[in-house]
Design a protein around this ligand. Structure first.
Ligand SMILES: *[C@@H]1O[C@H](CO)[C@@H](O)[C@H](O)[C@H]1NC(C)=O
Ligand SMILES: *[C@@H]1O[C@H](CO)[C@@H](O)[C@H](O)[C@H]1NC(C)=O
Length: 147
């Protein structure tokens, strides 16, 4: 009985390890993408940046991102994949909700990287790291309050 349980334990761990491994090293049919969300808000501003980032079945982050820090995660995306990650950001009275990765954004993330910078005037995307050619993608909500 104990032996059986032990074997089940080993097998379960093995599959868990494989599933984990697949997140990091994708097979030849899958591209590995990395999403970064970096806090480039003015240093010394009193409002923390809080982020909730998730996919349908993966809660990536629900906490603050410190100034000049980033969060990042990687995943495998199949050619015909429907992978989608979104972030909902909160900064003082402002907020913004947008996809950080989806099948349309793949073209913008040409370097297999979606590098998002959160600035006081909105969200900027670079498709490579080190970042270059930032493109403004979104504004904060409540723009009439913009300072
Ligand atoms: C994020 O965390 C806060 C508490 O820190 C909680 O109130 C909120 O419901 C969480 N949001 C999600 C979507 O899990
Ligand atoms: C993300 O932040 C870490 C510090 O926490 C830094 O070492 C790293 O260079 C940053 N990466 C990117 C891609 O900005």
């Amino acid at each position: 009985m104990e032996h059986k349980l032990f074997i089940i334990f080993i097998v379960a761990n093995f599959f868990q390890a494989m599933a984990f491994e697949e997140k990091l090293t994708c097979n030849i049919f899958l591209d590995k993408y990395t999403v970064y969300v970096a806090n480039l808000l003015p240093s010394g501003n009193p409002d923390p940046l809080t982020a909730h980032c998730a996919s349908k079945d993966w809660e990536v982050w629900n906490s603050t991102i410190a100034a000049n820090q980033n969060i990042s995660w990687s995943f495998c995306n199949s050619f015909i994949g429907r992978t989608l990650f979104f972030c909902h950001l909160f900064w003082g009275w402002r907020d913004a909700s947008f996809d950080v990765f989806n099948s349309k954004l793949k073209a913008s993330c040409f370097g297999l990287v979606c590098y998002w910078e959160v600035r006081s005037d909105g969200m900027y995307l670079s498709g490579s790291y080190p970042p270059m050619n930032f493109k403004k993608m979104h504004d904060w909500n409540n723009p009439k309050h913009n300072i």
